[in-house]
Ligand binder design. Structure first.
Ligand code: LLP
Length: 415
């Protein structure tokens, strides 16, 4: 669904002119489209048809309460990786029994918190975690619902920093150890085995590795059944990648068909944990050109957003398309878009052909996922506000940080 469009040469998100948002809330500023978030969630939800399924939005991609609330109202489940994310989901109206808890390093405190809340499933990543969860649940007189996150040793073919399904990655339980660990889990009094989970990587646009991983999980399910260990769901990890450039992304329907196929005829519920594809294309980062610094080697446009606001280009060399808020025409030049942070790695876009003037506002596309969520206060820069548009209205869903926010909790020595 395209909610980002030019009308009368002015860039709009839904029916809101982004120039008006920049004017009202200042720059840099994140802006999300409610309609785009809802459409992306619904595309996954309907892709499975009548088959039992659960779409658990991966909170890490964007954990703003308004975003979570919009999804909770649609009946979404949630994938969390910390006690903080669980608390956010509950605060935003999500239901604990629709929450799965992923992550390699859940603390005892987080295990207790999630057990007490009554989450749907713990995706356990090691024998040691399984043991600790059993102990914590037994002490609380509860049985923890568990899936083991199995590492299917499939190459996702994605960026090494976001590839997770290979033997050498820190994630999951090696496929060869899975059966023995399931036997152990099934014998422990504080646990109730209910699923198998896997996640092989993010930003995937090829269905073949996902199909292969699903096939391996289906084989494991049968091996478990043969030992009388029945599971009610399989969790097949994050969602599809998105078209940051011109990547061809399969449809939600093709994705659902590919991962469901190995389970045809079984009644097992399929769950997925998409984050990026639900919120990524729904969001832009607005930034203003502060200074132009054309040069012999390169032309630098110094913008008011920086790596602390959007880390993906600096960290992964990620590409975000750039659009001027006003299509003015004029002479284009090739620009490096760089921020004010004192690091050479502080760039938001390389070699973009744009007609720029000081004061212009630009939109960096596909910034709704892992944008604000990965932002920081580096260089004592207050983080940008977040705005959600809904039809022709724009709502502030997170205020720009103030300097007081930044030093809250800091103390100077008395003498
Ligand atoms: N489930 C698990 C267990 C995950 O590790 C992840 C992402 C997801 C679900 C959600 O995947 P998605 O649908 O969003 O691709 N900061 C990086 C992405 C890191 C992804 C980590 N895990 C980026 O900006 O590209």
């Amino acid at each position: 669904m395209t909610t980002l469009d030019y009308r009368d040469r002015a860039l709009h998100l839904e029916r809101v002119a982004l120039a008006a948002v920049a004017e009202l809330f200042g720059t840099p500023c994140y802006v999300y489209s409610r309609a785009a978030i809802e459409a992306a969630y619904r595309a996954y939800d309907s892709a499975f048809g009548a088959a039992a399924h659960r779409v658990c939005y991966a909170v890490k991609a964007n954990s703003n309460l308004a975003v979570l609330n919009v999804l909770a109202r649609l009946g979404a489940g949630f994938d969390v990786v910390s006690g903080g994310e669980l608390a956010r989901v509950l605060r935003a109206g999500g239901k604990a029994n629709q929450v799965v808890f992923s992550g390699v390093g859940k603390s005892t405190e987080e295990l207790c918190q999630a057990l007490a809340a009554g989450i749907a499933c713990f995706n356990v990543e090691s024998a040691a975690e399984l043991e600790r969860l059993n102990q914590v649940a037994t002490e609380l007189g509860l049985r923890a619902p568990v899936a083991l996150r199995v590492n299917p040793d499939v190459d996702a073919g994605t960026h090494p920093y976001i590839s997770t399904g290979l033997k050498e990655n820190k994630f999951g339980i090696p496929a060869d150890d899975a059966l023995a660990l399931y036997r152990c889990a099934a014998s422990l009094p504080g646990l109730r085995v209910c699923g198998v989970a896997c996640h092989i990587g993010a930003q995937m646009t090829d269905l073949a590795p996902l199909r292969e991983a699903a096939g391996r999980i289906a084989a494991l399910r049968l091996a478990l059944l043969a030992e009388n260990i029945a599971i009610d769901h399989v969790d097949l990890g994050g969602g599809l990648g998105i078209a940051y450039r011109d990547e061809v992304v399969p449809s939600a329907a093709d994705y659902a068909a590919a991962i469901s196929e190995p389970f045809a005829g079984s009644r097992v519920e399929i769950s997925i944990e998409p984050g990026r594809s639900i919120v990524g294309p729904a969001g832009v980062l607005l930034t203003r050109v502060e200074y132009l610094k054309p040069g012999a080697g390169r032309n630098f446009a110094i913008i008011d957003a920086a790596m602390n606001d959007l880390l993906r280009p600096a960290l992964y060399d990620a590409h975000h398309a750039v659009f001027p808020l006003r299509q003015a025409g004029g002479q284009t030049k090739v620009w490096e878009l760089v921020g004010p942070v004192c690091e050479s790695g502080d760039f938001l876009a390389h070699a973009r052909s744009l007609a720029l003037a000081e004061g212009d506002v630009l939109a960096l596309r596909d910034a709704g996922a892992y944008g604000f969520a990965m932002s920081s206060n580096y260089n004592t820069r207050p983080r940008p506000p977040e705005v959600m548009v809904d039809g022709d209205k724009a709502y502030l869903i997170r205020a720009r940080e103030t300097l007081d926010d930044l030093w809250r909790g800091e103390e100077m020595l008395a003498n």
